[in-house]
Design a protein around this ligand. Structure first.
Ligand SMILES: [Zn+2]
Length: 58
């Protein structure tokens, strides 16, 4: 099953989307996107739970 995370669900106004076959990979891609697009090099616990909550089947 492909899982997807829309960055805009966490960071308003961003149209970035990452998709992968596992939650771990989605989170890894989302972290990379957050660093590239938003300068977020550190994902703190609350951001991480917001990201995890936003993961849904594609
Ligand atoms: Zn984004």
């Amino acid at each position: 099953m492909t899982l997807e995370l829309r960055c805009g669900d966490v960071v308003g106004g961003c149209d970035g989307v990452v998709a992968a076959e596992s939650r771990e990979e989605v989170l890894r891609l989302a972290s990379a996107h957050a660093a590239d697009a938003h300068g977020l090099t550190e994902i703190d616990a609350s951001t991480r739970s917001a990201l995890e909550a936003a993961i849904h089947p594609a």
